[in-house]
Write a protein that binds this ligand. Sequence first.
Ligand code: GDP
Ligand code: IMO
Ligand code: MG
Length: 425
Amino acid sequence: MPAVVIVGAQWGDEGKGKITDYLAEGADTVVRYQGGNNAGHTIVVGKSTYKFHLIPSGMLYSEKTCVLGNGVVIDPEQLISELDELQKTGIDTSRLKISDQAHFILPTHKLLDQRAEARKGAAKIGTTGRGIGPSYRDKVDRRGVRVGDPAHPDRLMQLLVEHVAELPDDVTKDWPAERIAELLTKSYQRLKTHIVNTPTLINDILDDSGRVLFEGAQGTLLDVDHGTYPFVTSSSPTAGGACIGSGVGPTRLNVVMGVAKAYSTRVGSGPFPTELNDATGEKLRQVGHEFGTTTGRARRCGWLDLVALRYAVRINGMTHLAITKLDVLDAFDELAICTGYELDGAVTRNFPSHLTDVERAKPVLQKMAGWKTTTTTARSWSDLPPQAIAYIARIEEVLRVPVALVSVGAERTATFSRLAIWEGL
Ligand code: GDP
Ligand code: IMO
Ligand code: MG
């Protein structure tokens, strides 16, 4: 019953899609457990680039079951268009299973998300505008519409009448309950063959000794509880979220693989202690192609933050780390990593719990030598230059977690493993 969870260890976009694809080869099933199409997970195979927003990144392997768990929020039109696109490339999409307990993102949720952001002006969160927050809000408020609801038309109408009753008139004018019901019913018909009881499915697979890979979206510092609240998403991307969002108990998880870039990025608003608003930050952005997969926005860039990463190790109970984009640092003479935060004259190794303290924190930076040579062709630990080995060894020393996987390029083959993952379970 091996289960491996992949979590973003920073602010999202760490390369989770690429690492999921790498580990999916040895898995039977890949499960998304939270978030929605705010995610953008990229996989590059040869000349083809695939961008997954909702569909799990295991879909490229023809024999894997892929699951959208109960914790995911689903924009039905987006899901159908992603399915159609994949089908066009010849991929068998019948392997996608969708939880009947997952919640829908309604068209009204997207409008509410975008309006709330516009209203906040400079104080905006910088959401993806995909309706994520409003959908999760309705879920927690116990009035969300779930994927299985269109099978019960009376119940569906009752939920939607209640939903629109709370909306401003100019929103309901375009989206009366009947129009939303029609959209959901049509989507349900299209998706019906994929909709199942996923906690039963996943537990059955584990009981039969199947290997299950959980694919987190977003990242630890965007977690609604543990991130830089309120500049977070509305779900739990951390390892605990894998249990809640899939219906699998914590005792069944064997490996928690955190994915971190060799530096830091963030897209959207909120504190970012090691951010570089200078030529070095711009160089990281350009060399790392740091522009969002979902919204195309420029990502903010900075040095690797081991205070934030150590926090992520603890919050997730991380057993292993995957370091991605090491090759992006090839271009730098000198590097720096943050080993502490200076706050009120004292240095702490702990990530502050209040936003204002994260905003005030001054990073304590340790200089590290660059390697100024290409790592993109490295396919084993011994292929790395000594300075790159020293950089990773320092990460392991501070975090006390082994770096099991190293990624040195966007392409599928540009990853190597230092430790067996599935084989060791
Ligand atoms: P995710 O949301 O965590 O799956 O990450 P994204 O796909 O949003 O962003 C990661 C970006 O970096 C994508 O464009 C990947 O193709 C790319 N990428 C992933 N790993 C590497 C790597 O090791 N080196 C380089 N140069 N690019 C990488
Ligand atoms: P992946 O899975 C990076 C950020 C948004 C915003 C905040 C809230 O590709 O790593 P939301 O639309 O979720 O309400 O936005 O979270 N955000 C991400 N940042 N990667 C993501 O996903 C993200 N999903 C949401 O930019 O700051
Ligand atoms: Mg992404």
